[in-house]
Design a protein around this ligand. Structure first.
Ligand code: PLP
Length: 233
């Protein structure tokens, strides 16, 4: 290993250690078990060396925004680390549903009926050749921002009913990305309420800047990128 690689490995390991301590402290101060919060390391735009550094530091759960980028980075790593868990956290086009089902263990961005239909078809196809069925989270656009992905809160129950109850998709929870420039706490609270009303237990919320708040509102998964890998280029 050359010096700069060694530096990056040490740096990522140090940031991960500090981050895990902050996650545990936030859980404890919310009266929760630290083990109830999963850290999803968001490696978008990061090269193989950064991902390798996180793996060397024991990190096993990763998030990627784009199917193509993940296809280029992860298949061999998954072969080498059968316990690696890969989450799709960016928008998914229906024509990439099958590729996403074949690669990811969790799809966090199910946000419309058409995509639910496409995922059901893709899962049947992939399962027929012996593949697994990824868990699905429903992405909720809690801020009702027109340009942002996610089902609006008042339509969430309908989408959950379609995806989980009619199509039989393994829907386990909800995900949200609160609007920039406003308090995130009300959005986290709203996501928790929608989950409760629909008997869902997984809450994916909180990023580098707000994961402690999210944990206070019941996040079971936090998606953290820059606090692990440094600022994106
Ligand atoms: C990039 C990204 C993150 C991580 O953001 P950081 O602020 O770098 O922690 C989390 N969730 C989603 C959906 C993202 O696109």
């Amino acid at each position: 290993m050359d010096d700069s690689k060694q530096d990056q490995t040490a740096e990522v390991a140090g940031r991960l250690k500090a981050l895990r301590a902050r996650i545990a402290a936030a859980a404890v101060s919310a009266g929760r078990d630290p083990a109830s919060v999963t850290l999803v390391a968001v490696g978008k735009t990061q090269g193989p060396a950064a991902i390798a550094a996180a793996l060397a530091a024991g990190q096993r759960v990763f998030g990627e925004n784009r199917v193509q980028e993940a296809q280029a980075k992860f298949p061999e790593l998954i072969q080498a680390h059968p316990d690696l868990v890969l989450h799709l956290i960016g928008p998914l086009q229906t024509n990439k549903a099958e590729a996403a089902v074949a690669l990811f263990h969790v799809i966090e961005t199910l946000d419309r009926p058409k995509l639910a239909q496409a995922l059901a078809k893709a899962m049947a196809k992939v399962a027929a050749r012996g593949g697994r069925r990824p868990a699905c989270l429903i992405q909720v656009n809690t801020g009702e921002e027109p340009q942002k992905a996610g089902v609006f809160p008042e339509k969430a129950a309908n989408l959950i009913a379609l995806a989980r109850d009619e199509l039989g998709l393994p829907v386990t929870g909800l995900m949200c990305i609160p609007p920039l420039g406003e308090a995130h706490a009300p959005h986290f609270a709203l996501l928790g309420e929608i989950a409760k009303r629909n008997a869902l237990s997984t809450l994916s919320m909180g990023m580098s800047g707000d994961f402690e708040t999210a944990i206070g509102f019941g996040a079971t998964q936090v998606r953290v990128g820059s606090a692990i890998f440094g600022p994106r280029g």
